[in-house]
Design a protein around this ligand. Structure first.
Ligand code: GCU
Length: 379
């Protein structure tokens, strides 16, 4: 496998060359070939508190629901809801995990007060229709482990991906992208979702009980691809955890296992910018590969994960991408990396670049969260 060199054959040798020359070049290449350019901040952003309770989750937490209103001078508007939990016993601003959810805010805990984010998503027969309605309440409790996150002294914030860009091929007309005049490289859904994460951070920055300098991203699968892209675009995110993100996320296109560009573009072309079609079955001619997307987090800690049964996401390709991002981190004097060969299951390695492969299928589980919390506490 012949991978492009993040340091461009020795042309880049210092942290400042990385930040000022190479990082902007790579970011631009990912914009042009894969994800498109994120829209700017809207002309106006207003954060409206819809609900607050100090007695959430059996009196152990504070819950807030905020509506983020975006508006443009031209008259366009778009709003979406952020759900925030803070530990009840905090004695200062708390660090927060921020993640996009795929089934509605109401899926993340069982609390009946959580407002339903009412999107209906039909991916045209490939997957069953997702209905982000009342029936989804609490169904992702074990996936997000909110109680455990709070117990460990962290806050948790989430928003529904489809409230930014409904996750189906026609979703653009109801997406936030309709507020902006889009020029090439046009953003796909992943750029729109990444934009939503940055607006969520704008909102978190306005909350004194949040330590906005320690807001890290966590995302699974398509939203793990998004977490990497959001972290690449917005250096305010303190760390990024990309769980089982696979093709166009953490796994190397040139490794050629699991999902490839031909297959992802057949079903999910609307996630990407049009130019990516030029590389269908021509992965070797991409000007970048995914280790360079991971390297765009440097020197901020990044955590890549796989699962033993998630062959669609290509665990080995994910591991190798993490490993090949290391040269960018070394420029900053970082030293805590995974070993050079694939580690055994259920054993996390590294802090600057971290990796684990969990036993089991494509998912995010309480065991993953124990590892994420240990990682985040070390930062
Ligand atoms: C599909 C898709 C993947 C994606 C996954 C998910 O399987 O092929 O690229 O990561 O959905 O988001 O669950």
């Amino acid at each position: 496998m012949n991978l492009p060199d993040p340091l461009d054959g020795g042309r880049i040798g210092t942290a400042s060359e990385w930040m000022n020359i190479r990082r902007p070049e790579l970011l631009e290449l990912f914009r042009r070939t894969m994800f498109g350019t994120l829209p700017p901040r809207p002309d106006s952003l207003v954060f409206e508190e819809l609900e607050r309770s100090r007695n959430a989750l059996n009196h152990r937490a504070e819950r807030r629901q905020l509506r983020i209103h975006c508006s443009m001078r031209s008259g366009g508007t778009h709003s979406f809801d952020l759900l925030l939990y803070l530990p009840g016993n905090a004695d200062g601003p708390v660090p927060v995990f921020l993640g996009l959810n795929g089934l509605g805010n109401q899926a993340c805990t069982r609390e009946k007060e959580i407002l339903v984010t009412p999107w209906k998503i039909n991916l045209g027969g490939l997957y069953p229709t997702h209905v982000a309605d009342e029936s989804a309440r609490g169904i992702r409790e074990d996936f997000w482990c909110v109680k455990r996150i709070l117990e460990r002294g962290w806050g948790f914030a989430t928003l529904h991906s489809s409230s930014i860009f409904p996750d189906w091929p026609g979703g653009i007309s109801e997406s936030v992208l309709r507020l902006f005049r889009l020029r090439a490289p046009r953003p796909g859904a992943i750029s729109a979702w990444a934009w939503g994460l940055s607006r969520a951070l704008d909102c978190l920055e306005s909350i004194p009980e949040v330590n906005a300098g320690r807001v890290g991203l966590v995302g699974h699968s398509r939203l793990g691809k998004t977490a990497l892209w959001a972290g690449a675009n917005d250096p305010r995110f303190a760390f990024v955890i990309s769980n089982n993100s696979g093709c166009c996320g953490a796994s190397l296109a040139r490794h050629k296992q699991g999902e490839d560009l031909e297959s992802i573009l057949t079903y999910f072309s609307f996630w990407f910018t049009e130019k990516l079609h030029d590389y269908r079955n021509r992965e070797e001619s991409l000007p970048v590969d995914q280790h360079e997307l991971i390297a765009l987090m440097a020197p901020r800690p990044v955590y890549i994960t796989s699962a033993t049964k998630d062959l669609h996401a290509d665990p080995e390709g994910e591991f190798l991408a993490a490993l090949h991002a290391v040269p960018a981190y070394r420029l900053f004097g970082c030293r805590d990396f995974p070993p050079e060969t694939m580690p055994p299951p259920d054993a996390p390695y590294g802090t600057d670049v971290a990796y684990h492969i969990r036993t089991g299928p494509h998912d995010m589980t309480p065991l993953d969260w124990e590892f994420f919390l240990d990682f985040a506490d070390r930062i």
